[in-house]
Design a binder for this molecule. Structure first.
Ligand code: MRU
Length: 349
């Protein structure tokens, strides 16, 4: 069965599957302006680090469509594109792929500043498509390198959704799972439901079910039990930002899973493209953590589940210190501790 598309580019339009409504409703949202793309990222119509990056790149391409259609004067372009970048950059702070993609689009613009707006529009559109296509190729490689770490008959626990929906296609953590399954390994996945946004229940469980990969949904507080029962042989998650020393920001709850894995002697792997590495940050302490609206905690899809006025925190991510991580699975191989060295080496390739 063909997988549902996270995003689809048509000239002047970015089509996004509305991930807030999956798996119950399959609805596509069409963005025709960069502001609509920014809103879609902020509202999590599109989410997941690599998917956010690719969507932002298409947002810049759409901005050029707008500029050309409005027949604006090219002297306005530098200021206009700065405003576009800022609008897209202000959507979500943690996943570095967003800033990585915006930087890449900006570098292309800077190198082609002398082109006419119409030509620049084409170049930026090509670059956004390249970012999207490379993401899929990168994920396949992550899957191949990672599958070598998966034993026969492995129980694999994952948290959040690092699947096709979190990327342009195929996923990162789920790429490893997909390749291991394709190789005929008799794997079984345990998907944490991932409160409060339920990416595990709504997206990971659904993706794997659609692919015919055996999956059991558990609530987040069942992970320790599953490990104690011997159901889990390894943990694989995605990442939103990896510091130079390997400290990794990922969906809230990942840190707890990593501690549990260590206690049970279970290897904990992170699967991510190199575009998720932020070598400008020495440690994870410097990673900005997004705080989302408190209603995500007090309400479950519109139904109030907590007292009115209750005090709440809602950090969307946490940082797993590098000492809990057995390896970082990238498109250039599995990086091992000491990460400061293996990450620096991987970035040179
Ligand atoms: O808030 P989200 O849904 O954007 O968070 C997503 C995650 O934390 C993923 O694990 C991460 O982006 C990796 S996706 C390949």
């Amino acid at each position: 069965m063909a997988r549902i598309k996270t995003m689809e580019w048509r000239p002047g339009e970015l089509h996004l599957i509305d991930q807030r409504k999956l798996p119950v409703v399959e609805e596509v949202v069409v963005c025709r302006t960069y502001s609509e793309v920014a809103r879609a990222i902020k509202d999590m119509i599109v989410r997941g680090a690599p998917a956010i990056g690719a969507a932002a790149a298409y947002g810049v391409a759409l901005a050029m469509y707008q500029f050309v259609e409005e027949e604006r004067d090219r002297s306005e372009l530098p200021e206009y594109l700065k405003e576009v970048r800022e609008t897209l950059a202000q959507t979500r702070p943690t996943a570095v792929n967003l800033f990585w993609a915006l930087d890449r689009m900006n570098r292309l613009y800077q190198a082609n500043r002398d082109l006419k707006p119409e030509q620049l529009k084409e170049r930026l559109e090509e670059e956004a498509k390249a970012i999207a296509d490379e993401d899929v190729a990168t994920n396949r490689k992550i899957g191949e390198y990672g599958a070598a770490l998966v034993p026969e008959k492995a129980g694999i626990l994952t948290h959040c959704n690092a699947g096709a929906l979190a990327t342009v296609d195929y996923g990162t953590a789920l790429a490893v799972i997909r390749v291991a399954h394709e190789q005929g390994k008799d794997i079984h996945v345990y998907a944490d439901e991932t409160r409060p946004f339920l990416q595990g229940a709504r997206l990971t469980a659904w993706e794997l079910q659609q692919d015919g990969i055996p999956v059991t949904l558990i609530t987040d507080n069942m992970a320790a039990y599953a490990m104690q029962q011997g159901l889990v042989d390894l943990v694989i998650t995605g990442a939103d930002r990896i510091a130079a020393n390997g400290d990794t920001a990922n969906k809230i709850g990942t840190y707890g899973v990593a501690i549990l894995a260590k206690e049970h002697g279970i290897p904990f792997y992170v699967a991510a493209p190199r575009s998720t590495i932020d070598a400008s940050l020495a440690t994870g302490e410097e990673i900005p953590i997004e705080e989302r609206h408190h209603s995500e905690v007090t309400h479950v899809f519109g139904t109030q589940v907590a007292p009115t006025g209750i005090d709440v925190i809602n950090p969307a991510f946490d940082v797993t210190p590098h000492r809990y991580i057995a390896g970082i699975i990238t498109e250039v191989g599995v990086l091992k501790p000491p990460f400061t060295e293996s990450i620096a080496e991987a970035l040179k390739k």
